[in-house]
Design a protein around this ligand. Sequence first.
Ligand SMILES: [Fe+2]
Length: 536
Amino acid sequence: MKKFLMYISLLSLIGCDQGISGEQTASDAPAAKGELAPGSASALTDSRPNIERLFLQQLSASSVIIKWRGAADKVRLGKEAGRLDTVFPAEMEDGHSIAHVSGLEADTDYFYTLGNATDVTEVYRFRTAPETGSSPKDGNVRLWLLGDSGTATEFDRDGNPAHPGEAKAVLEGFMRYNSRLVGDQHIDGVLLLGDNAYPAGTDAEWQGAFFDLYPKVIRSSVVMPTIGNHEMGVAPINICLFADTLACDLLGEIEYPLGGLSMSSDPASYDGDGDGPDPEGLPYLNIFTLPTRGELGGAASGTEQYYSSDFGNVHIISLDSQLSNSDDDLRGAMQDWLTADLEASAEQDWIIVIFHHPPYSKGENHDSDLEQREIDMRITFAPVFEQYGVDAVYSGHAHSYERSWYLRGHYGLSDSFDVEKHAAIDSDGNAAFGGPDAPYNEDNRLVYTVAGSSGKFNEWHPCEPDQLINGQAFGCTMDNWLLHPAHRTFETLASDYRKHGIARLGSVVIDATATQLTSRFIDDKGAVLDTFVIQK
Ligand SMILES: [Fe+2]
C-alpha cells in the first residue's frame, strides 16, 4: 500500500496525471497599467471577434510581433486610443494569426485593436523598447520571471486540480506588489523559466496553464520563454520501479507515458500523449516566434531553442538546458553561439541569462550534484558567464527559491564549495549578501537564482529509505534539501525557510536602471523575501 501511495506521489511529482480539464477559467488579475478596461468609453464597438491567446513577441524599439488565435485578420494601431489609423494585416502561421508591426517610435506607448470586416476587440496597449543601450524614460527595465508556473493543467488521479489556485496566487501576489510601487509600474517583459505548462507542454496545456492565466499581462508585455523538461512531452517509464503492485507482479514491467521525462535531444520526437511523435511537432516551437537571426541584437543562433534579445540597456539570453544540452555536439554548438553572442553584446549595461535546469540547487528531486543536465550546464557555461560579464542567471526546475552568493570559479560538486574561495566576501570576512546597503559590483562574478515555485512549492517531508533510487529522492525531501552551500543563507527560522532556501510560492522581478540591477523574490502575498543589488 505504501508503495502504491508513493507511486501516486511520484506521478504528481513529475506532473503525470489523468488528462486536462475541459474547464478553463480566465484569470482576473489586475489589468496591466494603462490598459483600458473592457466596456470603457474608448471601446469601439459592442460586437467582439472571438479572440484568445493574444500576446507579444520580439518587441524592439521600432517593431513588435502580435500573435493571437481567433476571428480577426488585422491589427489597427496608433499613439492615441481614439486614432488607430495604421493597419497591419495578419498571416497564418502554425495555427496562429501573426502580425509584423513595424515603423514604431522607441519607448512609446501604442494602442491597438484586433479586427475583421465587421467586429473589433477592445483597445489594448503596449510600450516599445528603448533604443538599444538606453534606459527607458521611466528609468528602469522591469522584467517579471515565472518558473514552473504551469500547474493549472496538473490534475490528480481523481481529476481534481493538483495545485488549485497556486499559480494564480503568485500572479496576484506579484500584482499586489507591483501596484504598491511608486511611479511607473510598467512591466516590460515576462520571462518564462520552463515547465510553464504541465504535464507535457501540449498546446491545450499551454492554453490552460499560461494563456488563460496571464492574458492582461502578455498582451502588453513581451514574452521570452525557455524550454523545460515538461515542454518536451511524455516518455515511457517502467512504473514498477516505483510501484510494487499486483499488476506488476502479474505482468512484469509496465511502461507508462509520463510528462517531463523525455531524454531526446530532437524536438521532432515530441510526443504529447504516448502514441509516438506528434505530426505537428513541438508545441513550444509552434507557439512562440523567437529571434533566430540576431534581429534583436547579439549573434544569430539559427534556432528558436536558444536565442537572445536586447531590451534597451539589457541583453537577455535564453539557453536550452533540455534539448541542446543533452547532446555533446549540440551543447558545444550552443556554447560557441553563446560566446559569439556575448562578444557582440559587450557594450550592454546588463546581461541576464535564463534556462531551466539550475547549475546550483538542492531542490526536492532536483539535485545539481546528481542531475546530469544541471552538471553539464554548470561545467560548460559557468566559466563563459564569468569570462564575459554575465550579471545574473535564473532557472527553475526545483520548486523552491534559492539564490547564490556572488560566485566565481566553482564548477564542481557542492562539497567542493569554499565560501572564501568562491564567494565575494564582505568587510567582516563573511560571504556578502549584496543587499541594497552593500551592492555587488564585480565584473567577473554573478548570482544564480532558482525560482521554480511560481505554480507549486515543495515542503519538508523527509524520505523513507525505500524512496531513494540511486541516491536520488522521489517524492520526498532529503536531509540536504535547500542546503546548497553556494546559496545565500537565511536567518529567519520560519517553518518554510531552510538555511539556504525558501519553500514558498513566488516569482522574481528584476529592475534594471543605467547603474543598478535589483532582483527581488516576491511571494504569493506580495511580500519581498529576498533582494540583491548589482551596481555598475
Ligand atoms: Fe523541470
